[in-house]
Design a protein around this ligand. Sequence first.
Ligand code: 6PG
Length: 472
Amino acid sequence: MSAGNFGVAGLGVMGRNVALNIERNGFPVIAYNRGGDKAQRMREEAAGKNVTVTQSIEEFARLLDRPRRVLLMVTAGAGTDAVIADLTKALEKGDIIIDGGNSHFPDTDRRAAALHAAGFHFVGCGISGGEEGALWGPSIMPGGNREAYERIAPVLEKIAAKTADDGPCVTYCGRASAGHYVKMVHNGIEYGIMQAICETYDILRRAAGLPTAAIQKIFQDWTASPKVGGFLVDITAECLGKIDPDTGDALVEKVLDTAGQKGTGKWTAQSALDLGIPIPTLAQAVNARIQSGLKEARVEASKILHGPAGGLRGDSGELTERLHDALYLSMIACYAQGLHLIQAASREYDFGTDLAEVARIWKDGCIIRSKLLDPIKEAFRSDPGIENIIVHPSFAPVVNAALPQLRSVVPAAVENGVPATCLGASLAYLDSYRAEFLPANLLQALRDNFGAHTYRRLDKEGVFHSQWNRND
Ligand code: 6PG
């Protein structure tokens, strides 16, 4: 029996590239897009290949082997619901619909319930790696119906990125919306690491006064670092090295300093607030993007509010070394916060997510792939219940060794008026996490003072209320 063909619905660049990846790996593809331009582009790119392109949903359904396997590659949101509504008219009970977009996980739960009730199988599936990854090997994060996953696993395993030592970058992430949840947190970590990198660049630029070419050289050296090395540092070196053909200057210096976002970082922060898990570095990365958007207000404020002029007292080489370890520790904080959140979500929503597997499939193909993921995977493999990797025996010595560097870099930013939004948040997170005592004693007293919210005591059992304005 042939392995069967595979449907891809939605032929934007990600959809086209995934379709070509599936075909290259030996599976005939039926590719569907209602609009003509994208369908035509697919026809051109797939010329001579085993890809049939159609603009008719009825023909799409007719050409697919049963039970049909259809991967949706459409922009998350209303578009996903619209394509699902069309598809369900043409498909039959028992067919498998896979949503490969960045859907918000509550939408995935809603769609799964409706589709299961109608007799379809539904797999919410995060896919990371951008356009290149989609074509040559992404990291794939499927969740939902296990039986349906088993039917698509042979295809996903073929098209996923392959680690040299750890198999294809795909695993069953868990029940319900676990796949999209894991992908959402992947993006939250992506936001945090990117912002920490940007602050490192900003300190080198504005505090140490280094030109872009010198900062490029530093990041280039760090691409080989066993600590911070990974895709995001690699592409930082690339971005800093790109020359603007019009002016001959570094292109990055010409880019408007206002960051975009599509929502996955914000959703990560919202979910963390709902679940009561602290992820300050990831949340501050969202705030940093929002604040970057206030460009006009910032330009005006820069004329009204004053800060230090900048300019380093000391050796920039020494600062660079400390920044390396500070970035390393901030990256650890990002992964620690994100994985803590997934662990909590898995318990709350009964996903059954294997954190060692999540770290393993992030080792290649995805945007946050880095050298750190191997020791993280090992830690979860030896101890699957880890609450937070920063206190695990394999990471605690690393955190203790790098903390003084982060602690020295944040004041260097502060003294020079450079916002260390995520580096500072990482330091405060670590200092809070390791604090035997926090000032929440006073907070409880304040709450009890104005609202009789009561408090507990360190020295005796029970619940107490006091008249805080009297000593009689
Ligand atoms: C990936 C990326 C990709 C994209 C996100 C975040 O894993 O391939 O995470 O999904 O980068 O949509 O984009 P924004 O920065 O626009 O929110």
